[in-house]
Design a protein. Structure first.
Length: 364
């Protein structure tokens, strides 16, 4: 059973979204829910099921039901445990579809929802964001939108945690760019690592160890040429150590302090440079999971976590497992140790990582 959480806005975006859903859901057994409060009452029915969140926006990103849904998901811990979902956001102009998509992705994941790689289809008012896909397929932008939604529905319904067969040892790649002497993020990682068992093989790489050049925008053909060989034109640490480690691992854990409400420069370079490998390994990426430890000095940890989820799952095709990010606030060195029940929550994060790594395929 697929549950379609269709929160209707007003105007042209709702008319278009309704038609797209009608086409994409043809032949699929589903139940449509249009009210967040009704959605809450159906919580017991959701376990082990697939959901599609379909949201149409009014001018300025308006949709009252959407904001009620966000409040519901934020306040109901584990409400979506056992659920695999996808997102469709349709807007009347060029703004807010990505913003709303990222927010819903993070908030639903925080409530226990799993998302397969590339879980978000967004449609701007002009559908300009479908221009490349439409050109490659030789079809109109509207048809490209329709195909994307139909593909997402099929992915969510059929998703079974591919590629995560039970193994004697699972490889967890940990990436960071912090200084050991002052970093609360690394101190948090130490607490998580202490709770990982011997069957989790950890490979830790500092993005400060060696030359790290950001992507400078090669042509698609050049990027693909190097990516097919597991290489990148700019070489360095990314090619020598990070690419091979990404290919070997079953999951990636990113340690991300908040720098100006975003990940730091070295982590951004990793995101950008990962594109070359993604071009050839996108199917393999769909079998890997991403986790994150985010520490802010003052506020904004949710923004950083949303950036990571958007980049690694929506863009790079990694699975977003339930509650993928541990988000904390700590400013002065070692102040992370004073955070509420921090050791217990670090242990819970380790347990979530190992539960997925050791359990094999996600059960639906």
């Amino acid at each position: 059973m697929l549950y379609v959480i269709h929160l209707r806005g007003t105007g042209s975006s709702e008319t278009r979204l309704a038609a797209i859903l009608q086409a994409g859901l043809s032949g699929t057994v589903y139940e449509e829910i249009n009210d967040p409060d009704v959605f809450l009452l159906r919580a017991a029915d959701l376990r082990g099921q697939a959901c599609l969140f379909a949201i149409s926006l009014g001018r300025g990103g308006a949709n009252d039901a959407y904001h009620r849904l966000i409040t519901l998901l934020y306040t109901q811990t584990d409400f979506l445990a056992g659920v695999c979902a996808g997102l469709v956001i349709d807007g009347p102009d060029e703004l807010f579809t990505k913003k709303m998509g990222r927010e819903l992705l993070f908030t639903a994941n925080r409530a226990g929802c799993l998302f397969p790689g590339k879980p978000l289809v967004e449609a701007t008012g002009s559908l300009y964001n479908f221009s490349t896909q439409a050109g490659l397929l030789g079809i109109h932008k509207e048809e490209a939108y329709k195909k994307a939604v139909a593909g997402l529905i099929n992915k969510v319904v059929s998703f079974s945690g591919t590629g995560m067969e039970k193994r004697a040892c699972q490889r967890l790649l940990v990436l960071h760019a912090s200084s050991r002497g002052t970093s609360n993020t690394l101190l948090l990682w130490d607490m998580v690592k202490q709770n990982l068992g011997a069957s989790t093989e950890v490979e830790e790489i500092s993005l400060r160890d060696g030359e790290l050049v950001d992507c400078r925008g090669c042509s698609y053909e050049t990027c693909l040429h190097y990516g097919e060989k597991g290489d990148c034109f700019y070489g360095g640490l990314i090619v020598d150590r990070v690419y091979p480690a990404v290919k070997r691992c079953h999951a990636v854990l990113l340690l991300c302090p908040n720098y100006n409400d975003a990940v730091g420069a070295n982590m951004t370079a990793f995101f950008n440079r990962l594109t070359a490998l993604f071009r050839s390994d996108f199917r393999e990426f769909a079998e890997k999971r991403v986790y994150a430890l985010v520490v802010s000095g003052y506020s904004g940890g949710d923004i950083v976590a949303e950036q990571i989820a958007d980049t690694m799952s929506c863009n790079k095709n990694f699975i977003l497992p339930p509650q993928f990010a541990m988000v904390e606030t700590a400013n002065t060195p070692r102040s992370i140790l004073a955070c509420r029940e921090i050791k217990g929550r670090a242990a819970a994060m380790a347990a979530r990582i190992e539960e997925v790594l050791q359990a094999g395929a996600v059960k639906k």
